[in-house]
Design a protein around this ligand. Structure first.
Ligand code: UDP
Length: 402
């Protein structure tokens, strides 16, 4: 990894600040890396990527820990998409480990498939009752449908209400309280809608056409993307140390910069939090090693009734790593984001008040010519990897056409 970074800086940035860049990209996660690659390759531009961490790949960063097992440092990331364009684009930079993600919930010691589906229904209710409920669910919603828990809860039928109550109590309520510090009703319905009740026998967490893990990891995938003539990368560099905004103008190394700036960081921090902080949820990760082959039955087990952590990920089951080295697990403890240097903003909190605060920052950013916001932090949206890649490709289409 270090070698790559050195090479890329040495080869493409020999003249340091003297290179005339066409574009500056802030952040080297999926958003920043895709747009940088597109501008350099399709747009034939010289692009500078500035990254404050000492590694690329943003929160998808993966690395080998001390037992030689690959872990996702900032929590599990599983790729899935229905977009041909996104899948084909990423496939230029990686091959895939064919992995269909399955999750179970530990409900007071019993392990049941999540999202709650017809198989879960049969595990929870006796055969006769389950058959009757299954009929009703299929007749009401149709086989293959995806029903958000809050919608299921609105049903008038007593049986459907009872199923909704079970799912709400055993899958959503406590997990959501841990994750967000709020009830499912208090948060944006789209959030719980990410994990709908499935009227099917599909135990997979995602039903997308394409799903899998980059065979050599996310960091390698991003490295392949950034390693391209025309791209310079500065690691361990705060954008604000070499770039500043003043009087509707971007300055790079003290001089007006007339090229494009694509910003993928936290937008409130860009403007010194002048309108107040945008709130986020953060996570504390606890990593444990066990000298055994397998810790749990699936890569991810959600703790929906007990414990202070939300879930445990066993990495080798995600990535298909070889047996015999032991196993590493990670527990996720949700916490409030207080902007301590030790915390990372992971999840934007989606409510109306925060949206209007975000809009103020967005309006401010619009005052700057050629200044674009991209990605989960800059757009303050709960994006998955594929949506970010799609957004970056679309922005590239627009910018290259201009
Ligand atoms: N959720 C839940 N119980 C579960 C899984 C999810 O209550 O077992 C809710 C919870 O509010 C969570 C949201 O659904 O924040 C979205 O879950 P997802 O797995 O998509 O979250 P992510 O993987 O992005 O953390």
């Amino acid at each position: 990894m270090e070698n790559f970074i050195e090479t890329i800086i040495i080869i493409y940035n020999v003249k340091g600040g003297n290179i005339m860049y066409d574009s500056i990209v802030i952040g080297s996660g999926f958003a920043g890396s895709v747009i940088a690659r597109e501008l350099a390759e399709r747009g034939k531009e010289k692009v500078l990527v500035i990254e404050k961490r000492n590694h690329i790949a943003g929160n998808c960063y993966d690395e080998k820990e001390e037992h030689d097992i690959v872990i996702h440092k900032y929590g599990p990331h599983i790729f899935h998409t229905n977009s041909d364009r996104v899948y084909e684009y990423l496939s230029r930079f990686t091959e895939w480990y064919e992995y269909n993600h399955e999750v179970v919930a530990n409900v007071n010691g019993q392990y049941i498939p999540v999202p709650f589906n017809l198989n879960t229904l049969h595990m929870v209710y006796g055969e006769e009752m389950a058959n009757q409920l299954e009929r009703k669910l299929i007749d009401t919603f149709g086989m293959g449908s995806r029903v958000p828990i809050l919608k299921l809860k609105e049903q008038e039928d007593e049986d459907l209400k009872a199923v909704a109550e079970y799912v709400y109590e055993h899958i959503f309520l406590r997990y959501t309280m841990k994750q967000w510090g709020q009830t499912p009703e208090e948060i944006d319905p789209e959030v719980t809608g990410r994990v709908p009740v499935l009227i099917s026998r599909d135990n997979r967490y995602f039903q997308d056409i394409y799903q899998g893990m980059p065979i050599a990891g996310y960091t390698k995938l991003i490295e392949e993307m950034l390693c391209y003539p025309g791209i310079s990368l500065l690691l361990g560099t705060e954008a604000k140390d070499i770039l500043y905004l003043d009087n509707k103008m971007v300055f790079y190394q003290g001089k007006p910069f007339l090229g494009k700036v694509i910003f993928t960081g936290a937008i409130d921090e860009l403007f010194g939090c002048c309108y107040g902080r945008l709130p986020y949820r953060s996570l504390r990760f606890v990593k444990e090693y066990y000298p055994i082959d397998s810790y749990q039955e699936k890569a991810v087990v959600n703790y929906t009734m007990t414990e202070d952590f939300t879930r445990i990920t066993e990495f080798k089951k995600l990535t298909g790593q070889e047996k015999g080295k032991g196993t590493v697990i990670m527990k996720e403890y949700p916490i409030a984001y207080t902007n301590s240097k030790l915390e990372t903003p992971y999840y934007p909190i989606l409510n109306e008040e925060d949206f209007s605060l975000y809009e103020k920052y967005k309006k401010r950013a619009k005052e700057y010519r050629n200044f674009y916001l991209l990605g989960r932090l800059a757009e303050y949206k709960y994006y998955n990897i594929d949506t970010i890649v799609e957004r970056a490709l679309t922005l590239a289409d627009e910018l290259i056409e201009k």
